[in-house]
Design a protein around this ligand. Sequence first.
Ligand code: HPA
Length: 249
Amino acid sequence: MSISGDYAIIGGSGLQALKGAKVEAQHSPDTPFGKTSGPISSVLIGNRRAFFIARHGVGHMIAPHLINYRANIWALKDIGATKLVSVASVGGIPACYGPGALLVPEQILDYTWGRAGTFFGEGVPVKHIDFTNPFSNTLRDELLRAAERCNLPVTDGGVYAATQGPRLETAAEINRIERDGGNVVGMTGMPEAALARECGLEYAMLAVVVNSAAGRGESAGGIRFDDLAVVADMAMSKVEAILKELVSR
Ligand code: HPA
């Protein structure tokens, strides 16, 4: 089934729905890879249609390693989305990415394992994709320009490291990720980004720093989960403003 509308928002922890957007309909597609995390909403922002899915499911019940990334991406393509914006909560590694910072990363390091990460090679011929630049530069620019129009500071660039979760990292793991070149750390960017590329969809991420990574900044002695929810709430209102500006243009 295809409905007109270019953008799809994949909401992560802290973004279960798009406040202020009018929900037109909800779709619960079945895919060759099974069920999506939950319904795909088609929403009206201004007079533009966009799609929304909560990647952890309704009520945040699906752990990062158990998300059916293939079903989600397949269904978003099938419904007609061409540009996927991932909203991802992350931990910031250097001091400049403290809680509340927003960034549009340009590279990925993948530390995940055992996740179904390709549409190919199971009854369909193996296909290798170019992944030199894992994010769509066009969509990254659109996001950055939307943030500029909202007067919200968003960093252009950074390396997103995807870890397996659901536990957070040790301080030594964060030190290693930093040595590898990682700047922010989250649990869901992979294989989502690669699957989008396999499908020919544009994909970019708006990363929201909700805590300093393990052993850093205010997390030097451990991560305080109460603070995390407060930061996420505050930052998500900025994220919503940027997404509305992006889609309604
Ligand atoms: N590590 C991994 N994923 C995360 C973090 C973190 O510190 N914060 C939010 N998502």
